[in-house]
Design a protein around this ligand. Structure first.
Ligand code: ZN
Ligand code: ZN
Length: 161
């Protein structure tokens, strides 16, 4: 389900006519290595990879790449923005309400049904962003295990303090 295209950050930067720097390559690599990461997580990964780099520089690079179309930003309600390098295919996301794990949901390429609004009110639509909220399999399993445990152990009293 998760497609992780191998990226060549240097080629990608050149392709977009952008200056190639170690920092920019590290940011692109971090985004590709862990899609749907927050800026904080990417910052940590970049620092681990190339050492001294300011947080602001990583944030600036992410904004820049988003504007240039190399990176896509998703902004789930009540959560920090997340970044990914899978761009241009209008795919959607499943997000777990409990652990925030985010996975891709493919959408049709070419004719994309979600881009056909019933009444577009004269807007020219180029993107539809769908987020399916729910619980991921891991959290569901954990919840089931907990429920089962409660049943066998009997009712546990709430302890305050
Ligand atoms: Zn979860
Ligand atoms: Zn995605």
């Amino acid at each position: 389900m998760t497609r992780r295209p191998k990226i060549d950050p240097e080629a990608l930067l050149r392709q977009h006519g952008l200056q190639v720097t170690a920092q920019r390559m590290a940011v692109l690599r971090a985004v590709a290595g862990a899609p749907h990461s927050t800026a904080d997580e990417i910052d940590t990964a970049v620092r681990a990879a190339i050492g001294a780099v300011s947080r602001q520089a990583v944030y600036d690079a992410l904004n820049f790449f988003t504007d240039e179309g190399l990176v896509r930003r998703i902004q789930p309600a009540g959560s920090p923005a997340r970044y990914e390098n899978r761009v241009g295919d209008n795919h959607h996301h499943l997000i777990c309400r409990i652990c925030n794990r985010t996975v891709d949901v493919d959408c049709a390429v070419g004719y994309t049904p979600c881009l056909t609004a019933q009444d577009p009110s004269g807007y020219e639509i180029d993107e539809a962003e769908v987020i399916y909220w729910g619980r991921c399999p891991r959290c569901l399993a954990a919840d089931r295990a907990r429920t089962k445990g409660r049943r066998t152990k009997g009712h546990e009293e709430d302890r305050h303090g």
